[in-house]
Design a protein around this ligand. Structure first.
Ligand SMILES: Nc1ncnc2c1ncn2[C@@H]1O[C@H](COP(=O)(O)OP(=O)(O)OP(=O)(O)O)[C@@H](O)[C@H]1O
Ligand SMILES: [Mg+2]
Length: 369
């Protein structure tokens, strides 16, 4: 084989030179012989896969990557056919258990005489690219205002904790009958209020992702209504449930769906004052199409209606905007959060309001994600 001149500054034999070159490549490089054994494994490959060179060399590729079926198929195909295959959607499971997305290309290793003696895999860790893509999608969703507010919220969080702690210490120092206690309790209550707003804002801005599991909507609604019935106390508010018993569990994030329904039910109760009727209806819409993305999945509809004063026509378009509230103690984030939760579940939310006659919020959620 023709050996190129080695640069003078690199000591040792040509083999060392090539090894140094391969070891210096930032992408993972793995060479597999036709017998399936690994013959080369560079440090970047160690870093990406979590397997050390010592573990890898001499072992069969199939044994080391037993669960990464797409990788096994690529190597087998390249060795069999001598063609180059790329796959940018693969996932390599590190031996540490962490899953990192990698872009993989598998080249045939061919001698000058045309003999195919194995495959060369290059692996590029694209975790960072995936994170960037997710961040871009997230930034798209959030308005500039929301992002700024979240940044500000983060900055305010720590000093706020300090103020609350100091107010609590101050309160402890005061005698039980001191007039000053009124001031400290205002300080503590208001810092708690800011803290709640900040937590909601940060929540709104954080890319949490859905934790999907089968959710029994009727149980969730039943639990919320039970608790809210106790919370309304002496107010004369009637709760009516009309549930379609044929609704199966839906695939959703239970914590988020609970928050969504709780926010809507609380708003309805807030709107009704001293007396009223809250009605919760559930239905399956069997042939409902999500026309905007051409999905054709079955949807569940949940309607939450109240017979309160309704929402003035001029306010209807503002209710989803962060901080829009007509309540003295409202944050105005409730419906913004509801909107985000529904969008993340690929659902829909709409409102119909008849001033003087009440309001109906309808949430559509797909049965499966
Ligand atoms: N069922 C309803 N009937 C009448 N008005 C409503 C109803 N639901 C929402 N609204 C109006 O929409 C506004 C925004 O609601 P949203 O839930 O976002 O904030 P909030 O309830 O004021 O505050 P928070 O939810 O943070 O306590 C409310 O202040 C109210 O004016
Ligand atoms: Mg609300």
């Amino acid at each position: 084989m023709h050996t190129p001149d080695c640069p003078r500054e690199l000591p040792g034999a040509p083999g060392d030179y090539f090894a140094t070159v391969i070891d210096s490549v930032g992408d993972g490089v793995i060479v597999v012989g036709t017998d399936g054994r690994i013959t080369l494994y560079n440090p970047a490959a160690e870093e990406i896969t979590g397997f050390s060179r010592r573990q890898a060399l001499g072992t069969t590729f199939e044994k080391l990557f037993s669960v990464e079926t797409p990788l096994l198929e690529m190597v087998a195909k390249t060795i069999r056919t001598g063609i180059t295959i790329s796959d940018h959607e693969n996932v390599v499971v590190r031996s540490t258990g962490k899953i990192s997305p990698v872009a993989v290309t598998c080249y045939p290793l061919i001698l000058p005489n045309g003999e195919n003696i194995g495959a060369i895999l290059t692996l590029k860790d694209i975790t960072y690219i995936r994170e960037l893509e997710a961040a871009v999608r997230q930034a798209d969703r959030l308005s500039t205002l929301g992002t700024l507010a979240a940044g500000l919220a983060h900055e305010v969080k720590n000093p706020l904790g300090g103020i609350k702690g100091a107010a609590q210490l101050l309160e402890r120092e005061l005698p039980d009958n001191s007039d000053m206690r009124e001031y400290t309790s205002v300080m503590i209550r208001e810092t708690e209020r800011i803290d709640r707003i900040i937590r909601e804002l940060l929540d709104l801005a954080s890319p949490r992702g859905l934790k999907l599991s089968p959710v029994n909507l009727h149980r969730v609604l039943g639990d919320i209504l039970l608790l809210q019935q106790q919370a309304v106390g002496p107010r004369d508010i009637t709760f009516t449930k009309q549930f379609d018993p044929s609704i199966p569990d839906i695939m959703a994030d239970e914590e988020m769906v609970t928050r969504l329904l709780l926010n809507l039910i609380r708003n309805a109760i807030d709107a009704m004052g001293e007396s009223g009727r809250l009605t919760v209806v559930s239905r399956v819409l069997s042939d409902y199409r999500m026309t905007q993305n051409e999905r054709n999945s079955r949807m569940v509809a949940i309607e939450i209606s109240d017979d309160g004063p309704g929402i003035p026509a001029g306010d209807l378009e503002n209710i989803w905007t962060p901080f829009f509230s007509t309540k003295s103690s409202g944050t105005g984030l409730g419906l913004t959060i509801c909107h985000k939760i529904v969008a993340e579940h690929r659902g829909m939310i709409k409102v119909e309001s008849d001033q003087g006659h009440g309001t109906k919020f309808t949430v559509l959620l797909p049965l499966v994600q």
